[in-house]
Design a protein. Structure first.
Length: 119
C-alpha cells in the first residue's frame, strides 16, 4: 500500500481529474492524469466501480494490487500530478501480477507519467 500522502479521494478531487485530465485507455482500465501545480508529490486514486465487481472484498483486492505496483514505481513518477486509475474489467482480479504490471507500465508510458523515457 502506498503512503497516505500519495493517495487522494473525495468527490471534488476526483471530479476535477475526471473533467480535466488526459485519458489513456486500455481494455482493462483507464488512466486519467493532470498536472497539479499546488502539490509537490504525485497523488494516486484507484477507482473500482460496483458495476465492475459487486464484492467489496474483490474490489479492495484489485485496489491493493494496483497500489502495490504504483508504490514500486513512485520514485520513477513525475511529481506534482494527480492520477486516477479507473478499473473497467473484472479480469484484473484474476490476472497474474506480471501481466497486470505490464499493462499498467504500458498505460503509464502512454500517459507520460514517468520522469524519463521508459522502454
Amino acid at each position: 500500500m502506498i503512503s497516505f500522502v500519495h493517495r487522494f479521494h473525495g468527490h471534488s478531487s476526483l471530479r476535477y481529474v475526471y473533467k480535466n485530465g488526459q485519458a489513456v485507455r486500455s481494455r482493462l482500465m483507464t488512466i486519467k492524469a493532470i498536472d497539479n501545480p499546488h502539490r509537490k508529490i504525485a497523488r494516486i486514486a484507484v477507482v473500482v466501480s460496483k458495476k465492475v465487481i459487486k464484492s467489496a472484498v474483490s474490489r479492495n483486492r484489485i485496489r491493493r494490487r494496483i497500489y502495490e505496483y504504483v508504490r514500486l514505481q513512485l520514485p520513477e513518477l513525475r511529481e506534482a500530478q494527480d492520477i486516477a486509475i479507473i478499473v473497467s474489467s473484472s479480469e484484473v482480479l484474476t490476472m497474474p501480477y506480471d501481466e497486470l504490471s505490464e499493462c499498467l507500465k504500458q498505460l503509464f508510458i502512454q500517459a507520460k507519467l514517468y520522469k524519463s523515457s521508459h522502454s
